[in-house]
Design a binder for this molecule. Sequence first.
Ligand code: ASP
Length: 350
Amino acid sequence: MKDKYSRRDFFKTGMGISLAAMLTGGKNLIRGEETAGRMRVVASGNGIRATEKAMELLREGKDPLDAVIAGVNIIENDPNDISVGYGGLPNEEGVVELDASVMHGPTHNGGAVASLRNIKNPSKVAKLVLERTDHALLVGKGALRFAKAHGFKEEKLLTDRSRKIWLRRKEMLSDRDFWYPPKSEELEPELQSYISTHGTINCIAINAKGDLAAVTTTSGFFYKIPGRVGDSPIIGAGLYVDNDVGAAGSTGRGEANILNCGSYQAVDFMRRGFSPEEACLRALERIAQKSKLLPRLLNKDGLPRFGLSFYAINKKGEYGGASLWSGRKFAVHDGKENKKKPLAYLYKRK
Ligand code: ASP
């Protein structure tokens, strides 16, 4: 059900800021001197260690792109996070395929890899696409060969835990095949809760000079069709940075985001003067509107039956995020403390 109270407030503030933006042409957001010293890092809820690390590097004066990549590498390397990198959940054939993109504000340059197998840090490979090629996106075998040419070692990414979750899903998928699920007393409850899971990490930073950068990295949808590419490596969808305005990134149902260029839209709303949180809400609202054209994506109340979240920082260092559904959090390092904060939302979960 829609949360009327939160929506009313959203429009109220939105209209006010919109008027201010019309009067000032949004220029109040992009005056360099206002940004000085405002180091900020935001990430999806699974990124609290990433925001900590990225802020540490920003404080050392490191480039914001290096900072966010070092941050998400912690999560990519962690087998306990089954939504990214090593230990990420595999495709329907039991193979882990990773997607990632990066974008660097000061040079307005980006790089990405998709359907990359056997390399646990796709975010690092995406950065090399940016730095060492004239391309923006490499996929599949070409991306793997490129990574190996740069000295990356192939590794087995499927952990035992992820393999078991995959096997359970395969066995439980249908009673019209030759795979039998285990008897109910043999089902591991911990594994069952992951059967329809997915996830990603997005991380965005602004340094003391007001330069922005972002990274998004994922193993994509669990049990996806091999070769499926989500929004994470698509610049404009999984992330977008305009160093004059702000940066945004996403997690959640990639297909809905790709079809609406969500991160680009969030940055564009910030360009028009909306706060990061309002910009994320407006991008989500457009996606929710368009989803109504696809009935299979709607629940019985006619609302999107999927999850999608955006995170954003503007040129002033203001940050915010929003989710389609209530109850989600994001990680924020505001230069003083690193903590999880609730995301704004369009619809309240019943
Ligand atoms: N956005 C990711 C994808 O579509 C999945 C997720 O964030 O849950 O691949």
